[in-house]
Design a protein around this ligand. Structure first.
Ligand code: FAD
Length: 414
């Protein structure tokens, strides 16, 4: 088995390490009385979860807008359930509360046009009117013209449970996770990536897998590669403790310009988590490899807007305050779809990036596909639509030479 180097310790990198290490654990017999030599090395410039992964809402639905997206998410939903069983002893459980994608009469036609796609792919959904939603979830008060597209397989993961649990499981599977190990560039020999450069020296490997999210452009620029990716500040909040459980699914509340789901910080508390975009805000350039997301902040107005928009939908929000705030980045490619695959210009390198505001949801399948590509296998889901090769040099250069606000970037939710 070749040696794999993963750059980035977010959910995409950790899931990739997990998939590679599980394969290795199955294939490579342990040395009697000793540990296997690490064949999967993950390098993280800070601490595991330092980027967007620990800041995410963790919501997942399979009801996306392209065939590749729906097929990939179907695998993610299956893998989340498998992970839930495998990581239970590490303190993680997938919250299978379903995901309600909410629309008003102006937003619905665009989504309604996707129903034949879901039917063709045999992906189940339910269409609910306001009365049906109120009856099923008495804590919900959608407006009369609201339409719910319910994905019973959807739900959410608590990032503060998932990220550490997955990191511990990876370590137990033999992955060498090196924190405070920033990669400064790739080592390239005879036109092939053969390792990475760090402050502590070069780490050689057979395949390098780059999962550095908003830092992708900056890191790829070190070896002359350009990908059309832009990042935007994104924020989410958790309420103060609520007197009782609010029985709702995870909700992509499109008419309200946000999303909301049940949450907890301790083991027995009842809270809600909500977030939303800041449409008027310009893209956030990340040109420095040393950039850290703790440098970001969100305008105070976001809290007031979320309360004003979401309380009519969930009246039990009234009287609570937003107790915690997490600010991170979401990244979009030129066409809004993820970038996942090998780069023909540089054999030995595989990239996974630009998962819009759905990277947490994509992470199990992205990890599986990146692991398969790195191992030279055929990907188990056809994600040629996510290939880095789909962008021309001219389109990439034109995209990167503009500055856009979030409202003018491709907009995609979980
Ligand atoms: C507020 C908010 C809410 C969100 N809500 C959701 C949601 O509900 N559902 C959903 O699916 N998605 C959501 N997302 C999106 C999701 O968080 C991201 O798409 C996902 O976490 C990306 O994972 P990642 O592993 O690619 O990136 P990250 O978690 O950012 O990991 C990248 C890692 O690479 C490291 N790194 C960078 N450069 C280097 C280097 N040179 N050397 C070594 N390491 C390096 C970084 O320190 C970082 O830890 C949300 C995002 C935000 C900000």
């Amino acid at each position: 088995m070749p040696k794999f180097i993963i750059i980035g310790g977010g959910v995409i990198g950790l899931n990739t390490a997990y998939q590679l290490a599980r394969t290795e654990a199955g294939e490579t017999p342990a040395i009697p009385g000793g540990k296997r030599p690490a064949k999967v090395v993950l390098l993280e410039k800070g601490q595991v979860g330092d980027g967007s992964s620990s800041r995410a809402g963790g919501i997942i639905t399979g009801l996306l807008w392209t065939e590749a997206g729906v097929l990939a998410r179907r695998t993610s939903l299956r893998l989340y359930r498998e992970l839930s069983a495998d990581l239970e002893q590490y303190g993680y459980r997938f919250q299978d509360v379903g995901c309600l994608n909410l629309f008003d009469s102006s937003l619905w036609p665009e989504r309604e046009a996707l129903l034949p796609l879901y039917d063709r792919l045999d992906f189940s959904y339910e269409i609910l009117d306001a009365g049906q939603m109120r009856r099923r979830w008495p804590d919900l008060a959608p407006e009369a013209d609201h339409i719910g597209l319910y994905d019973a397989l959807g739900g959410y993961s608590e990032p503060h449970e998932f990220v550490p649990a997955l990191a511990r499981r990876c370590r137990d599977l033999g992955v060498e996770i090196r924190e405070n190990a920033r990669v400064n560039g790739l080592q390239i020999e005879n036109g092939r990536a053969t390792g990475v450069r760090t402050d502590m020296g070069t780490v050689a490997g057979d395949v390098v897998i780059c999962t550095v999210h908003a830092w992708t452009r900056a890191l790829m620029a070190q070896c002359g590669l350009r990908l059309p990716i832009k990042s935007f500040v994104h924020q989410r909040y958790i309420t103060s403790e609520l007197p009782a459980r609010v029985a709702i699914p995870a909700i992509n509340a499109n008419p309200q310009g946000g999303y909301i789901r049940p949450a907890r910080l301790g083991s027995g508390d009842f809270r809600l988590l909500a977030g939303g975009e800041t449409e008027e805000r310009s893209e956030q350039p990340v040109d420095d490899l040393a950039f850290h997301m703790s440098a970001l902040s969100a305008p105070d107005s976001v809290r007031a807007r979320l309360s004003a928009n979401l309380t009519p939908l969930i009246p039990k929000l009234a009287g609570s305050r937003w107790e915690t705030e997490q600010v991170g980045l979401i990244s979009f490619s030129l066409d809004g779809e993820p970038i996942l695959g090998s780069l023909p210009q540089l054999p030995g390198l595989v990239v996974g990036a630009a998962f819009h505001s759905g990277g947490f949801a994509y992470s199990p399948v992205a990890g599986l596909l990146l692991a398969q590509l790195a191992a030279g296998e055929e990907p188990s889901v056809d994600v040629s639509a996510f290939s880095p090769e789909r962008f021309s040099v001219a389109d990439t250069d034109a995209y990167l030479s503009t500055t856009v606000t979030q409202a003018h970037a491709f907009r995609r939710r979980h």
